[in-house]
Design a protein around this ligand. Sequence first.
Ligand code: FES
Length: 287
Amino acid sequence: MQPFDSVTALENATPLDRVVDPLREGVRKVFGAGKLRDALHGVWLGHPLHPTLVQVAIGAFSSASVLDLVPGNERGAQTLIATGLVSAGPAAATGWADWSEMHEQQQRVGLVHAALNISALAAYSASLGARLNGNEARGKAWAVGGLSLLGLAGFLGGHLSFRLAAGANHSEDVPHLVKPGWQDLCAVDDLAGDGVPQLRLLDSVPLVVVRQGERIDVLSDRCSHLSGPLHQGELTYDGECIACPWHGSVFALEDGAVRHGPATAPVHAFDVKVDGGRLMVRLPGAG
Ligand code: FES
């Protein structure tokens, strides 16, 4: 049995939903649906913020463990543990914001990931307390426990990112699937002109087409957050943007840029032209 087998069981541990469901609603209430939540997701950075911030805490805690192995570095280890504890706050806030907009399997694994991290922080708090009271041996023992818990939490964090693709860009593959140059998508007369998003396939690649009178916009259809079908979403911002039906990410029709998270990566915007009554599309950088 591989470690990932037990994590797969964790993904499907539905009893955890008794905690996940109310906690998710509570976290959503705390962060709201505006600028604070977007900032925590990393919309302004164009990249999830959580993996960046956790580096500070993990680096500080693991460096303290190295110093614990070298006599005479007690003050340095204390400073690093205090740094890790302080920096864990913002890292945790970004993690909870991301967690609140994940799939159910991701949220079950994420819940245990968070519980292990909280336990690690408790161990490091005990370690710092013992050190400040002059009990270095006990402080070092607590730090070993904290680092072990942090390692387990990191393993689940890796599973979330690389096996369950939480935080990954789910629109990344589009340029590799689309042929370069202009492609014939459909007859213009087949498109309703009332601004209702419509699904069209370019070979096997789903695109969302929005025709508003003479204006036609074409984006890749799968939301970059978790592959939600944008053609089932609604126009917003006076017809300038489309909102994903799954978690509400908003993308500009003009260029696919993210207006609101949880998505942080844009979706692909296609060049369009009409030729002989046919809608032609071209993706810059395709192929
Ligand atoms: S899939 Fe989550 S916002 Fe689109």
